[in-house]
Design a protein. Structure first.
Length: 272
């Protein structure tokens, strides 16, 4: 079986294919996915191109894409792809968007690659090998007080996901009282990559779709950040939510987040 170090260059080549498509093509036609949700033509082109490339390069590894589902889901290892994380940003020419690719084993990511083509940044990590931005090692911030923290919050929901917007409002209110600043970036990949690089200090989103989070989670962890579920347990692709922060503030951050969730939902860490 291929080693992780041998598989990372394959993942980087894959995201380079995706980034090239994103730069060369406009969003194209938009395919509705639900209430105020859609996939762009490039989302679909990227996913199909990377599914084909990765299947040819690593035939023993399964593949899960956000738009068209899984191939060889029974495989021990699985590539998980968000072809464009931040599709709305991409369609509006907002630069916070990119391709997010992870290799997952036993429910946890072991390789992560996030490429942000508009910004020209490449974030990578291999389990036990540190995290990198454009080949330079990165570390989560050394912030120790929430009052000094810049915190990003996941998007407010649309469609069925809007049911938890009261909880998101409670989180926004609670964190605004204690943080230096809050930011809504519109891309989970950017949220976690910037946490890893020490640009921001914490992030919270009340969802955990594996294509949104898998690559960013391993990059953040290898940079020294702590990534947990709402109840404080270790984060996996099956977690109910994603709570991540620099190590110096994770305990205080979790306390504020859990209290805000409990004020609306009653039991922190429950829900979808």
């Amino acid at each position: 079986m291929d080693s992780l170090d041998a598989l990372l260059p394959i993942a980087v080549r894959a995201t380079a294919i995706a980034s090239r498509l994103m730069r060369q093509q406009g969003p194209g036609a938009l395919t509705p996915k639900g209430d105020r949700d859609f996939a762009s033509e490039v989302d679909l082109d990227v996913e199909r191109a990377l599914r084909s490339f990765l299947t040819a390069e690593t035939p023993d590894i399964g593949f899960l894409g956000e738009e068209e589902g899984s191939t060889r889901s029974e495989a021990e290892r699985q590539w998980i792809l968000d072809p464009i994380d931040g599709t709305v940003n991409f369609t509006r020419a907002l630069p916070l968007c990119g391709v997010s690719l992870a290799l997952v084993e036993a429910g946890k990511p072991v390789i992560g690659v996030i490429e942000l083509p508009v910004l020209g940044n490449l974030y990578t990590a291999v389990q036990g090998r540190c995290a990198y931005l454009d080949r330079h090692p990165i570390r989560a911030s050394s912030t120790t007080r929430l009052r000094d923290a810049v915190i990003s919050i996941g998007d407010y929901g649309v469609g069925e996901a809007a049911a938890r917007n009261p909880t998101r409002l409670a989180l926004t209110s609670a964190l605004a009282k204690v943080a230096l600043r809050l930011r809504l970036l519109g891309s989970a990949a950017v949220d976690l990559a910037w946490l890893a690089a020490g640009i921001t200090d914490a992030t919270i989103f009340l969802s955990n779709k594996p294509w949104d989070t898998a690559a960013g989670v391993i990059i953040a962890r290898e940079a020294g950040a702590v990534v947990a579920d709402l109840d404080g347990t270790d984060h996996t692709i099956d977690s109910s939510a994603t709570v991540a922060a620099a190590p110096g503030i994770i305990d205080d951050f979790l306390e504020v987040v859990q209290a805000a969730v409990a004020s609306v939902e009653g039991v922190p860490g429950r829900g979808s």
